[in-house]
Write a protein that binds this ligand. Structure first.
Ligand SMILES: [Zn+2]
Length: 257
């Protein structure tokens, strides 16, 4: 069972450019907090790890199981900053604890990615915990060169989730067999929303894409989108925190607010 596992680093080693994007995302999460019913705190080093995995697994999507640390409740001072006026407790398993662990459990296309391979289905759990075997509290899957918006298959798969579902959308070049596909309806949430990529299509628009950072795989990253949602359909606000539970915040962002 350990073969597919790679635990997150215990030292916060997030790339500076990604840290800045996370701070930007957190600023949006704070500004839009009243649109959510709950928040989830995700460790930034875990998100970075998942982004690298996603780009190493192309052209497949990957399914990542996420777990929280039961000894690591979210910091109450941080939770208060991101608290929605509609906030509800006890909406999902693991609510109130920092997500600290990620494991790749599957890869495939947008449909097959949700169906776990045999070795991940534990006989004890499979009966009452559905086709994704319920081994993990939360789930994240990737949308290579597509926005982070749930498809019908994604919404179906989420019905078995005890915690919450997340989608990571990445826009990158070289595109390989997957050119950016953006014909979806819905609210997109990017890291680094100030540096929005041009929405025009075509060669020249592509040439002007800003490069947010370069992944270890060599891909230039142009957009990173992240959303979280509950199986009942409402959005969950994501707060990206460091190993001490503090949100990534840029000093100049605080000054400008
Ligand atoms: Zn999907």
């Amino acid at each position: 069972m350990k073969s597919l596992e790679e635990g997150p680093s215990h030292i916060d080693m997030v790339e500076p450019w990604l840290e800045a994007l996370m701070a930007d995302y957190n600023r949006d999460s704070m500004a839009q907090r009243d649109q959510y019913k709950a928040q989830v705190h995700l460790r930034g080093s875990v998100l970075q790890e998942i982004i690298w995995w996603a780009l190493q697994s192309l052209p497949d999507e990957i399914l990542v199981g996420l777990d929280f640390d039961g000894s690591l409740p979210v910091r109450q001072d941080v939770a208060a900053q991101f608290k929605s006026e509609h906030e509800q407790n006890d909406l999902f398993q693991g609510q109130g604890y920092v997500v600290t662990e990620a494991h790749i459990v599957n890869r495939g296309d947008s449909f097959s990615v949700h169906h776990l391979p045999e070795e991940w289905i534990d006989g004890i759990y499979s009966q009452d915990r559905g086709s994704r075997a319920g081994r993990f509290t939360h789930w994240l899957h990737t949308h290579p060169n597509a926005p982070a918006l749930p498809s019908e298959a994604d919404a179906d798969a989420a019905q078995e989730t005890q915690g919450i579902d997340m989608i990571l959308g990445l826009r990158f070049t070289p595109e390989g067999p997957l050119p950016w596909y953006d014909d979806y309806e819905g609210v997109q949430r990017s890291l680094g929303s100030k540096q929005q990529t041009p929405r025009k299509k075509g060669f020249f628009a592509r040439k002007r894409l800003p490069v947010l950072g370069i992944a270890p795989s060599g891909h230039a990253i142009h957009d990173i989108q992240l959303i979280a949602f509950h199986k009942n359909g409402f959005g969950i606000n994501v707060v990206l925190v460091n190993d001490y539970g503090s949100p990534y915040i840029l000093d100049h962002n605080i000054e400008s607010q």
